[in-house]
Design a protein around this ligand. Structure first.
Ligand SMILES: [Zn+2]
Length: 402
């Protein structure tokens, strides 16, 4: 792979927020130098006046769901997608969603199930059939019989059942394990949760969980989970444990925000919109997140892409919401969630997440200054994954792997 030199751009150090006009040299799939003059032979791209940042990550996506429509009920079309759409169709959705993700600067994705499409997408990338973001998958999520979203996951009961289910996901190619630990009540016993953590960690996999109510959050913290999806209310003491143990939380406000904004034009009944708004007004989902941030809990960025009305190329509203509701304070906080924090959550921070010599050349170039206005991250000019340019001047490049 040729060398590429980005000249004249303002490189943002996402750890400190420092922005410096520097050249950046890509050699093969890695960053060779930042801020040093170029050796000859490199293809030069002038990015004067633009900002250069590490590639972004969406740490909560569902590649097998389109996110295009409203579900019409508690499960509706989402359940239909899960139950009626075959593996082939889900794989095509996953392919489209990989493309959409890269088009908005996402160079890393963490797919949290639910169907088999994550396995197919991962294999297609690994075998060079398609190009796209780095992808880490949970395969099928694990839930109790009849548990949260049982219609699209893998029902598991008992300690032995749990150990076998984790091993099965591992065997099929999962990188991480996802456990549904609550719906309206906690789900799984503490011993089942501990068995899942023990088995995942023995196999050198991280383990995450859907846990949105106080007792369930306490359970997964006690059981030793690495991260918690969505976030939810819990006692201050539990929040402090989450912070102390370095457990990441991935807030996902996009389903609420986008369904209430875009739902009506996509067939969502007005009374459902009103109900959701009233529920949020009574207990904003951001309130416990604000408190978690106060006690020092680390956040990584996620949108729950694939949920009704949450398309894979719509990521800016989640960023705006984090600031608007005061979950975090500054655009730099959001940029860190999208870059270095996501990399730490996934255990890949030695390879991605910042722009440093030796790391993979996963980077974006944008118009405008996201340190002042986070929506500038929506002005994607170039996207590189592993040194390969997948977006050039705002347009996607060749995607064929051969
Ligand atoms: Zn989700």
């Amino acid at each position: 792979m040729a060398k590429t030199l980005l000249t004249g751009g303002t490189v943002i150090d996402v750890r400190t927020g420092q922005a410096t006009v520097q050249d950046l040299l890509i050699d093969g799939e890695r960053i060779a130098a930042v801020g040093e003059s170029a050796p000859g032979g490199a293809v030069t791209i002038d990015v004067t006046g633009k900002r250069v940042l590490p590639g972004l990550s969406n740490n909560h996506v569902h590649l097998g769901w389109s996110g295009m429509g409203w579900d019409g009920g508690p499960q509706g079309i989402l359940k239909d997608q899960a139950v009626s759409d075959g593996d082939g169709f889900n794989a095509i959705k996953a392919y489209a969603n990989l493309r959409k993700s890269v088009s908005v600067g996402l160079t890393s994705l963490r797919d949290l199930g639910m169907n088999n499409s994550g396995f197919d997408a991962k294999e297609a990338l690994e075998r060079g059939l398609v190009k796209g973001p780095r992808l880490e998958i949970a395969g099928q999520a694990l839930m109790i019989t009849g548990g949260h979203t049982w219609w699209c996951g893998y029902e598991v009961d008992g300690i032995d059942g749990m150990r076998k289910a984790v091993r099965e996901q591992y065997k099929r190619g999962a990188d991480i394990i996802k456990i549904m630990a609550s719906e309206h009540t906690p789900q799984f016993t503490l011993d089942e949760l501990k068995a899942a953590v023990d088995e995942a960690h023995t196999l050198d996999m991280k383990i995450t969980t859907h846990a949105t109510i106080p007792q369930a959050i306490r359970n997964v913290v006690e059981a030793g989970f690495d991260s918690i999806e969505h976030g939810g209310p819990c006692e201050r003491e539990v929040m402090e444990m989450i912070a102390e143990r370095g457990i990441f939380v991935v807030p996902t406000n996009s389903p609420f925000i986008l369904q209430t904004n875009r739902g009506p034009e996509r067939g969502m009944p007005e009374h459902v919109v009103a109900e959701r708004k009233a529920r949020w007004a009574a207990a904003p989902r951001t309130d416990p997140l604000i408190e978690m941030h106060e006690v020092g809990v680390k956040f990584a960025f996620g949108t729950d892409a694939g949920s009704p009305c949450v398309e894979h190329d719509v990521i800016v509203p989640e960023m705006e919401t984090l600031l608007e509701y005061g979950v975090v304070e500054t655009p730099l906080d959001v940029i860190q969630m999208l870059t270095i924090n996501g990399a730490e959550l996934r255990g890949h921070d030695t390879d991605v997440g910042t722009l440093e010599a030796g790391k993979y050349a996963d980077l974006i170039v944008v118009d405008g200054d996201p340190l002042n206005d986070i929506t500038a991250l929506g002005n994607i000019v170039h996207v590189f994954v592993g040194g390969e340019q997948l977006v050039a001047d705002g347009r996607m490049t060749d995607w064929y792997g051969w």
